[in-house]
Design a protein around this ligand. Structure first.
Ligand SMILES: [Zn+2]
Length: 272
């Protein structure tokens, strides 16, 4: 069933576990994610960031239809809307939650734009995730870690419902060895009351992820590891004869197996 993201994340915060948010790009990945969540009895969060065109509303409507029938709670968030326009299109398309990403901007600009968006989004009943500090791509060098007292002020001044923090992870395939700043995470948890989100979880290392979730991270965004699992499963498929469509089943199975692995890792398996 469709559930508000805040509901899923307050339960996670209370229970000291994380919920993986899975990048869903089409009907196949949506079905695979639901199957994974049902198999291990986990709440589910779907990320939509890769689909961005005139088809957003119809794509969302289709996914909502599938998620309504799921036996576990599902929230769907428009991920990484990079401009005010994209964020508003997300609201108009019907998302219950939108992540507006202004994390590349200096503090004042980030705060001002996000506060403006929160004002509109909340008026429409839409929950908002934003990011302070910056989770870069490829290596920790491109990331700017989140500063706890600045983050507390930011949450206060913007009214965001969920905050993505930078504590050493990186988007995409990690170059080098991930160094997660667990002390910083503790300070952030102390300073901020809204649920915290970890982006760039792929390649961070199982122990690091499990520890982040036990410590208090509530939502863990995963994309790259799912793509890799789906790709590897596709490459192993025997496509001889008339079996060309077998590739869809392989992609789904690879995606679903990796998705449930993340649910067990984050501690959300068995929670519903
Ligand atoms: Zn991200």
């Amino acid at each position: 069933m469709i559930t508000r993201l805040s509901e899923i994340l307050s339960a996670a915060k209370e229970g000291h576990y994380g919920v993986p948010a899975l990048s869903s790009v089409n009907e196949m990945t949506c079905r695979a994610a639901i199957k994974a969540a049902e198999d291990v009895r986990s709440p589910l969060i779907l990320l939509e960031g890769l689909i961005y065109d005139g088809g957003l509303s119809s794509f969302l409507a289709h996914q909502v239809g599938l998620c309504e029938e799921a036996k576990v709670p599902v929230a769907i968030i428009r991920d990484h809307a990079g401009t005010m326009e994209e964020s508003l299109i997300g609201v108009r398309a019907g998302f219950d939650s939108v992540m507006i990403d202004m994390s590349k901007l200096p503090y004042e600009q980030n705060r001002t734009k996000v506060a403006e968006f929160v004002y509109v989004a909340h008026a429409c009943g839409v929950e908002v995730e934003a990011e302070l500090g910056h989770v870069g791509a490829g290596s920790e060098d491109q990331s700017v870690l989140t500063i706890p007292d600045e983050a507390a002020r930011y949450v206060d001044e913007t009214g965001v419902d969920f905050l993505a923090v930078a504590i050493g992870t990186s988007h995409g395939i990690y170059q080098g060895t991930p160094r997660i700043d667990f002390e910083l995470l503790d300070e952030l948890l102390e300073a901020i009351s809204v649920p915290l989100v970890l982006h760039g979880a792929s390649g961070t290392g199982d122990d690091n992820i499990a520890r982040c979730c036990r410590q208090g991270i509530c939502k863990v965004n995963v994309a790259t590891d799912l793509f890799i699992a789906a790709r590897d499963a596709a490459q192993r498929t025997d496509l001889s004869g008339k079996n060309v469509y077998g590739i869809y089943d392989s992609i789904c199975a690879g995606f679903a197996a990796e998705a449930s692995r993340w649910m067990r890792l984050c501690g959300s398996a068995g929670r519903c």
